[in-house]
Design a protein around this ligand. Sequence first.
Ligand SMILES: [Zn+2]
Length: 92
Amino acid sequence: MQEWEPYVQYGMLRVRETSCCGEYEWCCEGGLYFVLRRNGEGYEATPRSRYAQARPVWEALIRNHRHTSQRQRDGKPTSSGCDRARPSAGKS
Ligand SMILES: [Zn+2]
């Protein structure tokens, strides 16, 4: 399981990417990378690390995340952007 810790901002936060439905954000802060997610009223983050270590965490999260109905807008099914996150080839 991925470990999450309460997010505390240390420096200039830059959001580089957002998952298809906005659940996760790929962030860089002070040269270290991590994934940010909303948790109720606050935020949680994965441990900060170098790009090469943090990137697989991000990719696994966006590949595996579920689209919950409460995040859908206007009652529409998941937007076409979400198709991006599905693995296009390989194991299934
Ligand atoms: Zn999504």
